[in-house]
Ligand binder design. Sequence first.
Ligand code: DC
Length: 225
Amino acid sequence: MSTNTVIAIDGYSSCGKSTLAKALARKLHFIYIDSGAMYRAVTLYFLREKINLHDHAAVEQALKNIHLNFNSRDYQSHITLNDEEVSEEIRQMPVSDNVSAVAAIREVRHEMVRQQQRMGRSKNIVMDGRDIGTTVFPDAQLKIFMTADPNVRAERRYKELVIKDPNITLEDVFENIAHRDYQDTTREESPLVRAKDAIILDNTNLSPDEQLQFALDKLSALLEP
Ligand code: DC
């Protein structure tokens, strides 16, 4: 019988899922896996190679040529795409603007879910994304569904992005988030929905420490004999 613990964190874009997931992983000495980074790296490859998203054969062939790896030093998620470190580039707007369309492709999702399930087999992990508690790990011990006011989310993400790209505007970021929310919740293939047994965490007015404590309290309550 498997005795590993899986914590699944799902929710809307730019809700602070990765901040909480990393803090939990650090505190519990679990492995952190950023599933969104995988969809982003696939998107980067598709953009570079100009893959037609409607051409199923081209998508399948491209997926065979993509090798993703995480290097989880310091509980940050460093991802490589065919041995190239792409952690910075996958956060830029060209990828952000296209990732939801790529993440809606059935073949892409099947391959990512397969890889994610393999990573979580027999290890203690925290994974964040959109379908972790519903599709990837429906038996996860703790499932958290995160949400926050869209204006607060846009401001938080804007502050991060403007450091690297001074031309970016708050409106651009807000629109991107609204667009991704729409695409993520309305796509046919495993849309973003709260798993029935997921605990809702609205962090509009919560500090990172308060969120961490909330999750730790829920986990200990669930794991109590
Ligand atoms: O978490 P993120 O913003 O880095 O995710 C990037 C995109 O990938 C997001 O728009 C939706 C998609 N995604 C997904 O469909 N399923 C996941 N498990 C993780 C991310």
